[in-house]
Design a protein around this ligand. Structure first.
Ligand code: HEM
Length: 185
């Protein structure tokens, strides 16, 4: 009998959506809230930007994204420092390759480490500090860096990247446009 879509495939898709899509975004949001709770100056700057550009009388939508540079910088820096997938998903080499003078044999398992890039102090000075300003140019405009790769790169990079980016923006923007998060310690 010919099956187009098996239960096993359905299970795989639901599992992917849950594990890859839900936990990753939820934990990133938790890091954003934590960093802003611990850095009250940054939170104040964010509130000032939101009050000046949007005000609290309406929801923030994706159309506001380009007008909120500090918010974009906070999200970028939280993704960098939160460093959600420290090591990427392991890969098996399908052929021998020469990598910077080392021969890696077919079938070797390699595991790229995203954190080596996100915490590279040549690109991100003082890499263990939360500094959203590193993603602003001299005119205060948001400027990302090619090394900011929380979703990985290449053919197998995160399939949900654009959805995750939208969720991170909408949740962070609307939460902080209505609330302050205090650090009771
Ligand atoms: C902040 C949120 C997220 C982060 C940081 C993140 C990060 C990643 C990373 C690093 C990978 C591995 C890429 C590679 O193997 O090179 C990945 C894969 C994947 N992600 Fe995400 N992800 C996020 C949200 C989502 C969402 C919302 C979805 C779907 C709704 C999703 C679906 C997937 C899928 C299906 C893969 C496997 C892609 C493949 O192997 O071809 N992710 N993600």
């Amino acid at each position: 009998m010919f099956f187009i879509y098996r239960d096993k495939q359905l299970f795989g898709n639901v599992f992917d959506l849950w594990l890859a899509g839900q936990e990753s975004t939820a934990y990133t949001l938790a890091w954003i809230v934590l960093y802003l709770m611990k850095d009250q100056k940054a939170q104040k700057k964010l509130h000032t930007e939101l009050s000046n550009i949007v005000g609290s009388n309406r929801y923030i939508t994706l159309e506001d994204k380009n007008n909120l540079p500090y918010l974009n910088a906070v999200i970028a820096e939280s993704q960098r420092l939160g460093n959600l997938l420290v090591t990427n998903i392991p890969r098996r080499l399908t052929e021998d390759i020469d990598y910077h003078g080392f021969t890696l044999k077919k079938d070797t398992i390699v595991c790229p480490e995203i954190s080596q890039v996100l915490y590279d102090e040549k690109i991100f000075p003082e890499p263990h500090k939360f500094l959203p300003e590193r993603f602003l140019d001299s005119n205060g405009k948001f400027q990302t860096k090619p090394e900011l790769i929380p979703f990985s790169i290449g053919k197998r990079a995160c399939l949900g990247e654009s959805m995750a980016r939208a969720e991170l923006f909408l949740f962070t923007a609307n939460l902080f446009n209505q609330f302050e998060v205090c650090d009771f310690n």
